[in-house]
Design a protein. Structure first.
Ligand code: OGA
Ligand code: ZN
Ligand code: ZN
Length: 413
């Protein structure tokens, strides 16, 4: 049994200095950052946990609802300056008695899993938060686009997990040998969760329609795009089941990795990168589908970044870019130049792929651009796809559940 607290080693002094530096840089109030954490060695690593965080994350029945697995601690009188009165550590747990007499007990593995070190944070991010993405260019497509059996995804958790992991890593993964029925895709969606319904329906049919509500429903060339950029809550992944492929030439899909293109532009064309990441344009879809009218608008740049500069979403669609340009007039021409560059690079680094009957082409709709070459459509030669969208919230959730279920992650959840 031993208790560790306060600054006791050179390492800890360095950590304190870093905390102060960090606090100064970020304008955090300094006082609470100085001493208010507990440092303990777990499996050879010195790990620090702020008192306030420990108290907030007490796992006892009064603070944490066991079946809802959610915090129920009353925050209306939470003390930010909370301190331990007594700390006891045994082989597997840490027990803290707080100055107000409340007792908390933490499993050491549970704590380690939540440690604040950069290494642990990184490990958690990739193991649980979101799998790391690997970017690719067209010539690598055959290698990165893995093929998965329909039956295996339906009948095996491992099969489902593998498919979803590849889909999130590369943004594309193909399902083969899907039964020839308009409802076959439903079973795949149900393995994940549910579809994202849009004004084109719970599912949608892609085939030639003369008086179409969407240019995708024509047999002419469909330029590279992302679907539905005019949605603020844009459908995350696109599943396209090829029920009938054209017998004519054409009808192939073009696919490119928008994240690869973004990296390439960032490195080689910084001015255009700035325009593509900063200038908001208006994406739009106006019309009627199934007698329901719609008027969708959403403003966002082509390449959307988070505060770390990582790409969160790609928007691109020539037909679904509105004519209202929300930027200033001097931005217009430079932005069009950047837009043309973006399209040209997506072509240069794209792969061409013709799906077969029974294929479901699954791809990340907020990462990849996709397009389709023109084909002939007549009574003896039709092409028909059934499409459905699934959100990344549902896919990541399924991946995490499967990871725990398959025990490939030794998590303490
Ligand atoms: C679409 C689309 C691809 C295809 O409907 O938005 O991209 O292969 N279709 O027809
Ligand atoms: Zn408690
Ligand atoms: Zn599309």
């Amino acid at each position: 049994m031993f208790v560790l607290n306060r600054v006791q080693s050179i390492n800890n002094i360095f950590r304190q200095v870093n905390l102060i530096k960090n606090a100064l840089e970020n304008n955090y109030p300094l006082k609470r950052w100085l001493h208010d954490h507990l440092t303990l060695a777990i499996l050879g690593e010195n790990l620090s946990f702020p008192y306030v965080w420990l108290r907030d994350n007490c796992q006892c029945e009064m603070c944490f609802h066991q079946s809802a697995r959610s915090r129920i601690l009353d925050w209306s009188n939470f003390d930010l300056d909370v301190k331990p009165r007594d700390v006891v550590r045994d082989e597997n747990s840490l027990q803290v008695t707080w100055t107000d007499g409340h007792k908390s007990k933490f499993d050491l593995n549970w704590l380690k899993f939540r440690s604040f070190t950069a290494d642990n944070q990184q490990r958690y991010n990739e193991a649980i938060y979101k799998p790391k993405k690997i970017t690719w260019s067209g010539e690598q497509f055959q290698k990165i686009c893995t093929k998965h059996e329909y039956d295996e995804i339906l009948n095996s958790d491992k099969g489902l997990y593998n498919w979803l992991l590849k889909l999130s890593t590369y943004g594309v993964a193909l399902i083969q040998n899907t039964p020839n029925s308009e409802t076959a895709i439903d079973s795949i969606v149900e393995r994940i969760g549910f579809t994202k319904r849009t004004h084109y329906g719970v599912k949608f049919i892609v085939q030639h329609v003369a008086n179409t509500s969407n240019v995708a429903y024509l047999s002419s060339n469909l330029q590279m795009h992302t679907d539905l950029p005019y949605y603020e809550y844009c459908p995350g992944a696109n599943l396209l089941h090829c029920l009938v492929q054209t017998k004519s030439l054409g009808g192939e899909n073009l696919l490119s990795d928008g994240h690869f293109i973004a990296e390439h532009i960032k490195e080689n064309y910084p001015d255009q990168y700035k325009l593509l990441t900063e200038v908001e344009v208006e994406w739009s879809d106006i019309g009627t589908e199934d007698k329901n009218d719609f008027f969708k608008l959403y403003r966002a740049p082509v390449i959307c970044l988070d505060k770390h500069g990582a790409v969160t979403r790609i928007n691109f669609s020539i037909p679904q870019r509105g004519s209202h340009f929300p930027g200033t007039i001097d931005m217009v021409k430079p932005w069009y130049e950047a837009h043309r560059l973006f399209l040209a690079l997506n072509h240069r680094f794209s792969a061409k792929f013709k799906t077969k009957e029974g294929d479901i082409l699954a791809f990340d709709n907020i990462r990849l651009l996709h397009g389709r070459n023109a084909y002939e459509d007549n009574n003896d030669n039709v092409r028909k796809l059934i499409g459905a969208y699934v959100d990344w919230d549902e896919i990541y959730s399924r991946l995490r559940c499967l990871k725990i279920k398959l025990k490939s992650e030794d998590t303490v959840y």
